[in-house]
Design a protein around this ligand. Structure first.
Ligand code: PDD
Length: 280
């Protein structure tokens, strides 16, 4: 079942008009929320980021947080067979009578779907993953979670074709994030990640990962990271709502930590599992 503008429908019965600005212009924002055993992980931060994305592109928030929570819970309850779910939520500016760049007062389109999702298993990642680097050609408002994701889609496809986990993006020799994940490095026991701002999405998982490091009194710093620092790191991790926190041990042709997962990732991974059970 999916949710569309107030109704719960079978996926193949849900349709959006060709006049929808989400379709015509990518004029819309989205969220992806992980659900563990029926509970949304980090509901408030996700809803807060949604309201900031809507505000950034001036779409009125169609629901109160309470209404969002209720509707999300209804959608989750339609899928009791899935222990874990990943909820995709999209709000478009709505439909107009014809295609034009400018807009008047429109009724936003709200769409939500649930997909089953396998929680990450530590034992599957003990050998680490590979990534490749590419120039970051995206616009300078990456902190707004918009559905215009053409560059991200192209990077993800390149990752797939190269048989690697993701593409690490570089803007003027500074590594920002991945096509759909944030990026961390560890050097001499300190965890570094790009500061919040226009060049990265302020990942919800990123915050939890930083809290996990804090839990062990591991120093964390939000600073820019050069490509040289990346390749010379002791550990490299990526994070997202659906991938949690994963280790990268090979970037382009360079082995990180001689191709071995470092000692801090397993700690942070374990703590992340605890946060999931506490925060849900
Ligand atoms: N993407 N950076 C980018 C560019 C992303 O697309 C994502 C998530 C993240 C991590 O954000 P979070 O921790 O809040 O999931 C960082 C989602 C999962 C997606 O597009 O499907």
């Amino acid at each position: 079942m999916v949710y569309l503008n107030g109704d719960f429908l079978e996926k193949d019965k849900a349709f959006v008009s060709v006049m929808d600005r989400g379709f015509l212009f990518g004029d819309s924002v989205y969220e992806v929320l992980p659900v563990y055993e029926g509970n949304i992980f980090c509901f408030k931060p996700h809803l807060h980021r949604l309201s900031e994305s809507l505000e950034a592109i001036k779409i009125p928030n169609p629901h109160t947080n309470e209404k969002w929570r209720m509707t999300l819970q209804q959608l989750i309850n339609y899928h009791p067979q899935h222990t874990n779910q990943s909820i995709y939520l999209q709000v478009t500016r709505g439909c107009d009578t014809d295609r034009k760049h400018t807009y008047g007062k429109l009724k936003p389109t709200v769409y939500m779907q649930s997909s089953p999702f396998e929680a990450v298993r530590k034992e599957d990642f003990l050998s680490g993953l590979s990534a490749i680097t590419r120039d970051d050609i995206r616009w300078s408002q990456c902190n707004t979670k918009v559905t215009s994701l053409l560059a991200n889609v192209m990077y993800a496809q390149e990752a797939k074709q190269n048989n690697v986990e993701d593409v690490i993006l570089c803007r003027n020799n500074i590594v920002t994030e991945c096509s759909s994940a944030n990026l961390f490095i560890v050097k001499n026991g300190c965890v570094y990640t790009h500061p919040k701002g226009p060049h990265i999405l302020p990942g919800i998982t990123r915050e939890v990962v930083l809290e996990c490091a804090d839990y062990y009194n591991i120093n964390t710093e939000e600073v820019t990271i050069s490509k040289e620092d990346l390749l010379d790191a002791d550990e490299v991790w990526i994070s997202s709502s659906t991938r949690e926190v994963l280790p990268i041990t090979k970037i382009d042709d360079v082995l990180i930590n001689q191709g071995k997962v470092g000692g801090i990732w397993p700690l942070v991974f374990d703590r992340y599992q605890v946060e999931k059970s506490l925060n849900s």
